[in-house]
Design a protein around this ligand. Sequence first.
Ligand code: IVH
Length: 673
Amino acid sequence: MDIPAETRAQAARLRDQINHHNYRYYVLDDPEVPDAEYDRLFRELQTLEENYPALVIPASPTQRVGAEPLAAFGEVQHAVPMLSLGNAFSNDEVCDFGRRVSERLETGDVEFAAEPKLDGLAISLLYESGVLVRAATRGDGVTGENVTQNVRTIRSVPLHLVGDDYPRLLEVRGEVYMPKAGFEAMNQRQREAGEKVFANPRNAAAGSLRQLDSRITATRPLAMYCYGVGLVEGGELPDRHSAILQRLKSWGLRVCPDVATVNGVAGCLDYYQKISERRSSLPYDIDGVVFKVDRLNQQRILGFVSRAPRWAIAQKFPAQEALTTLLAIDVQVGRTGALTPVARLAPVEVGGVTVTNATLHNQDEIDRMDLRVGDTVVVYRAGDVIPKVASVVVSRRPPNTHTFHMPEQCPQCDSDVQRSEGGVILRCSGGLYCPAQRKEAIKHFASRRAMDIEGLGDKLVEQLVDADMIHDPADLYSLNVDALAGLERMAEKSAENLLAALQTSKSTTLARFLFALGIRDVGETTAQTLAKHYGRLDALLHADIDSLQEVPDVGPVVAESVVTFFRQPHNLDIIQKLRDVGLHWPNVEVVSPEQQPLSGKIVVLTGSLTRLTRSEAKEQLQKLGAKVTGSVSKKTDLVIAGESAGSKREKAERLGIKIMSEDELLALLEIDV
Ligand code: IVH
């Protein structure tokens, strides 16, 4: 098919524009247009390419979705070997390096390029006339693997260089890595999908890049920073490393924004210190910093030893991973009663910090690693992130270990454990009684919409619980001025006011009291409904699941929570204590179902009402025992048709269902018209 010249030109323009915006976004971190405009350009190019497939070129920005899986990666010979770096583990070793450099160069005045040592994997990119033609891993430094299809899916790697002053052949080197945020999000997705989670961003980057199916790589949040060049033909580069990096940037290649040039060893040590302090807040993982003699002529004088340059060194951070023994798995109870397994570890130094605990997330995570007490485990720490158990060294497992199972009783209070939120979260049902949940429960109990105890703020509740002065809400009522006066920042007057507020709160309503108990899934409205339905607390205490489900708007989940709560002896004890200290409320008048005019009737509201809102009408109807549903069917008993009621009214007429006007409804509800 002939492609009109104008269409060809338009595709080229779009490619240039998209490349330009990629450059602004990824390299300069300074986008020029909103995302929506970028998306529009991208879609326009996609549409052109769909209509004229011959327009598709490998360097088109649309060609990043991955390709058919490979059987194996091909081999790539590096024309210029990819070297490694010597390591320094202390300031002294960096000083030694500086001394060697100065001696060979016969000058004490050396400038260094200082760069974060990115924790990913080294990649070589080959550009021919500005087009990315090959990407390879480092391999053994001489022979690497061809990962072109995978690297093409990384958005921050330009498929075509920007400008026109790049060498005809340019090999760029850098690190492919996974930003911390992307790593956390990806692991979260993997965990939810029940798939493999990665121990750290480096493993995640390596695992993602070494996929034979590049379509998988395309879904992983990889990025790349360039830190040097290899083969260069048909063009000149600047004579300083730092200037080369700037030049790479101008061609659309991403360079880490935290690179710097420093003077002498003192400048190097200062840089190491500054980066160490920023390490945990950097958006990418690093395992140290790299110092490179900046002038290329000095680099040439220094040359190489075996497989590392004499002109560069990596100053490494203390290890972020360590081996240790899993001594026990404890179960912690959080504020909302959620149970989390925690690994107790033989103390081990990880990244300069002694680690004795690590989070294990949940039972699934433990099962996936087949973690057992007594195992030798790899502990990992990234920045200030909570330490994690990354994996188990199964070959070092002692005999007679046992698999671990989350408890069925709360380790803090022995109450039953319930599974919630899709079965992933285990929760203690102890509520008020469980010490771990006590503070939150008491705060809730005292809150405005519950018992409304004025002057009893969150801070004070925490103080009281920490001082062991209260264990449950009932204890609040045995506080006295003397005890309160001993607390920090508590004047006598405020103590008296608080005691008065406590006294006032004793006279309450059943609904408030039920809400104050903090029963899971029982909010203010449900508490009111329950109060109305049962009238007396004792009736509710003895209600079973079936009876509860007869209450309007109470489904199996709420019914289960209510029954479980009242089945816990501790909760019953606390309720009794509260009654004993004088909490009281009037019984609510209960209308038996038989007495209710709309008991068990299915009612549909349609059209617009003028005197009541939909939800008011619904609530009123429910009070009369009706079940209010959304659509008219043979089962419907009554349709309330407001103004301009349409198809539902017609359907009701067809089915011969009783129809009521708004006025008739108001009369039924005994509301004056
Ligand atoms: S320069 C001849 N610069 O560290 C110099 N390497 O042990 C070669 N790395 O395989 C490397 N960040 O994967 C250099 N800013 C940086 C780096 C860096 C990370 C990695 C790279 C290399 C290894 C060297």
